[in-house]
Ligand binder design. Sequence first.
Ligand code: ASP
Length: 436
Amino acid sequence: MNKLALHWKILIGMILGIVFGILAVQLGWQKPVTDWIKPFGTIFINSLKLIAVPLIIASLIKGVSDLKDISKLSSMGGRTIALYLFTTVIAVSIGLLIVNIVGPGKSLTEETRTSLLEGFEGSAKAKIEAAESQKQQGPLQPLVDLVPDNIFAAASSNGNMLQVIFFVVFFGVGLILVEDQKSKPVKDFFDGLNEVILKLIDLIMLAAPYGVFALLTSLIVDTPSWDIFAALMKYSICVLVGLAFMIFGFYPTMVRLLTGTRYGTFMRGISPAQMLAFSTSSSAATLPVTMERVEEHLGVHEEVASFVLPIGATVNMDGTSLYQAVAAVFIAQAYGMDLSFNDQLNIVITATLASIGSAAVPGAGMVMLVIVLGAIGVPEAGLALIFAVDRVLDMCRTVANVTGDATVAMVVAKNVGKLGDPHVKNWDDNYHPSQS
Ligand code: ASP
């Protein structure tokens, strides 16, 4: 068993988790699973989240201060943002294309629509209320939210990742500007801290196969009914086909064309992070592993990975934006509404912004979907239509989100001459790739 690569072990954990979950439902073991298995899944996710803030602080400070001059930081920042926007717009467009061709909402029967709307009314209301509070803010609020007024308060919640990133980049800039003699002990400290945290991730990952088993078993046991899934099959398939295209087609091709990395190398390198994204439905919880895989298995230098990935986990959600586009049109179709070209363009813009605004936690994409619906005048209560299948789609869109982040990290690294040989583990500063 020890010889087996990690991604196989995780995959086995996932499959066994699903099989055992189905068995537990058949045998009526819901309570024992909730009492004795679910807590281990929660402990596993908590331990990943626990590492996220210290990891960002240590690795980003090290990364930024290694840059030596500030112009490099801004050129890397510019490319990162441009690529993130590009991949998101592509994802939304693909979602729109598929949902317009297939028209899944048109085939929903009146009866199913009513029963879905009634059945999930309450749950949809909670999401709509959560979105309401975000909608009432002014246009510059996201910018204001970026700057924390207290770094300890910001670092005390995983929801404030962008604020922490802001502080850390700012701190790193200060470190670059201070004379070497003074900055060296600070850098050395964060260097060491970074190493310790990477080791902790290795240790946590040893538990990953068991963690995903517990997560998936309890997820299946907690799912109320699979019947409704059938009614929403067409819609789900539209989302899944779009996501599959991104994950298995678009990203590997982009990586191949822009960095020369082979399909298999990329997929093998990133797969443990993908499986974790699937099992946890959270880009934030997956972040430590995404960083480790990209640095140690795909050749991205730490100073790029530690800058690009934490930002990506919070703002780059291609899977989420694709899903929001499909869901918005599906709901409109189910209500018998015809969307004009302008409405579709509006979806591209709002879904791009809404995905940037979605938090990297389970179900966040659905909250922000309310804003997309509002922008095109579709009744927000329509959220109830897609509630039943959201968790499964959330798991899959999180995989796309994480894969998109890794793709951009590789392309930016290649661009700035910081992409090494994917087979050389632990990119160190003595190793210099052929400059691009
Ligand atoms: N769960 C997603 C993520 O963390 C966000 C969402 O689409 O709900 O990436």
